[in-house]
Design a binder for this molecule. Sequence first.
Ligand code: DAU
Length: 330
Amino acid sequence: MRRILVTGGAGFIGSNFVHYLSENTDCTITVLDKLTYAASREALEGLDVQLVVGDVADPAVVDDLVGRHDAVVHFAAESHNDNSLSDPGPFIATNIVGTFCLLEAARRHDVRLHHISTDEVYGDLALEDPARFTEATPYNPSSPYSAAKAGSDHLVRAWVRSFGVRATISNCSNNYGPWQHVEKFIPRQITNVLGGGRPKVYGTGANVRDWIHAADHSSAVWEILQRGRIGETYLIGADGERDNLTVVREILRQLGRSEDEYDLVTDRAGHDLRYAIDSTKLRTELGWAPAYGDFEAGLAQTIGWYQAHESWWRTHKQATEAAYATRGQA
Ligand code: DAU
């Protein structure tokens, strides 16, 4: 697998994967990215990567590009739940139609495909339930975002079975790290505090997320791409369960502020209670393990990154907070 096409490679998780490939492999890398509000050219600066600006849902762009590569890693997606509640349309177009276009191109050119998905396709778990998601958990998505991702996963499975497309799927938990847009929970709270404001916590802050550093997501995807079994799904997670209040208090503590300097704001409609990943299959079958076992250390590194990249996130901050204000969440 010498020539790799990364869709959504200028976004948060996609660009972290491109950095991983550049540092750890000698692959030739092409990025296909629409450069929406959540992507940035800066995330790829200094890397030996060809950037094609285009839409993954445009067959004219996708077919030719896919045919010139050995493998495609498909990150391109609309990914923010709150946006999917305000305007679901782009989620259907990019996540479902975009995946369909890629699958058709992969089928035509017999190109290996890895599809990046989310643990949200499984719905949520009760707060006190010891259960975690596994590859056998039934699909039960809650939001337009997670329903669109679930739809794309079903398409991938159908194209494997019906047409013999050589594809794998991974469903990962909540990512954090460099280049994450300030609309998402951790960067929103870090940048609020850096700007002299206060973190904004939905509901009571009891919801639980299972945090993984984006670099660990990347290493897992690379293992699956090389050695994963065709047609299989692998869950990716780093045993990082924390409730939202605990994360906010840790951000405040690391930035030298009092741990109760946050605001509770209007809850998200249909807010999933808890996600938790059992990644036993990935760890035992492919021998993968996360490098960032210590969430608080990974968070400290991420806070340092936002402190050093204020000129990047400042450009997005005002519009993002204005959108939250219209929803009563600022
Ligand atoms: O689980 C994987 C998923 O994680 C990915 O598929 C999604 O693309 C990604 O956005 C993330 O989904 P969440 O909805 O869990 O992430 P978000 O950062 O939006 O919110 C994390 C938690 O924090 C969630 O319980 C909502 C809460 N929250 C979020 C924001 C933006 C707040 O309390 N305050 C906030 O300001």
